[in-house]
Design a protein around this ligand. Sequence first.
Ligand SMILES: NC(=O)c1ccc[n+]([C@@H]2O[C@H](COP(=O)([O-])OP(=O)(O)OC[C@H]3O[C@@H](n4cnc5c(N)ncnc54)[C@H](OP(=O)(O)O)[C@@H]3O)[C@@H](O)[C@H]2O)c1
Length: 280
Amino acid sequence: MDYVTLNNGVKMPQLGFGVFQIPDLKESEAIVSSALTAGYRLIDTAATYLNEEAVGKAIDKSAIPREEIFVTTKLWLQDAGYEATKKAFQTSLDKLGLDYVDLYLIHVPFNDYYGSWRAMEELYQAGKIRAIGVSNFSEDRLVDLIMNSEIKPAVNQIEIHPLRQQRRALEVMKEYDVQAEAWAPFAEGNGNIFQNDTLIKIAEKYDKSPAQVMLRWQLQRGTVVIPKSANVQRMQQNIDVFDFELSPTDMEAIQLLETGFKIVDHLTADIAKSFNEVRM
Ligand SMILES: NC(=O)c1ccc[n+]([C@@H]2O[C@H](COP(=O)([O-])OP(=O)(O)OC[C@H]3O[C@@H](n4cnc5c(N)ncnc54)[C@H](OP(=O)(O)O)[C@@H]3O)[C@@H](O)[C@H]2O)c1
């Protein structure tokens, strides 16, 4: 496993396990246990994924020391604002059954996220969270938050995959020393991505799968990546990406796969409306 060092000195595994959209929520605990057995040491959950309890149970039942597992959870916009955030954080902590989380993220840049950030700064200073960050922040919102806060985000978790490569967003994050983390590294299977000719040809060269090539491409770009799989063989495959290196030519070939496709465009009225309607 490779690690990145966040802007506050905290070390974070560069590859983790995402637990969004597990078809049967009752399976979540067993799936997270399998991921821990497969070697994952970063688990990415969120209040809205409704499986924080299952993640906590799997961690508790594993023989792995707590400090070796990096746990991320996220604040939903329904709980935005100073007071609501403090309460929501405690609820997440209780559901996870933990004394602290490693990374707490503002899930989406809507509602009173400045109030949330003030609460998160205090929770961070009190030692309840090892690093605080954001998710789905466009570069203008990210820089505005940095310019108006005491503590800058350690991480911005955004949609990144070969069809949406986010080059400008990555440049800005690099400039401000904010670690980029990629959600939906396989574009959630959209655009027939696992059947893409370029990815298949590159994969054959290294005796790997298109999925492994997509993950390796992210690692070599310096992003943290959190693939999800409910299938044990695929979760093992997705962590087996540290024994090969894509050549500069292959990295460039993947760069040409950008299409502008977006799973979610947070800059649209429809998304602002529909996300505000999601209640837990
Ligand atoms: N911050 C945010 O707003 C946000 C939004 C979305 C996601 N996320 C996070 O990012 C994580 C990953 O994103 P995601 O789950 O949306 O999508 P993803 O990881 O891009 O894609 C998951 C899909 O790929 C399949 N898959 C996984 N490994 C595969 C392999 N080796 N070969 C072929 N198919 C494979 C999975 O099927 P099987 O399960 O059947 O293997 C599933 O259908 C989430 O779980 C969540 O933690 C965050």
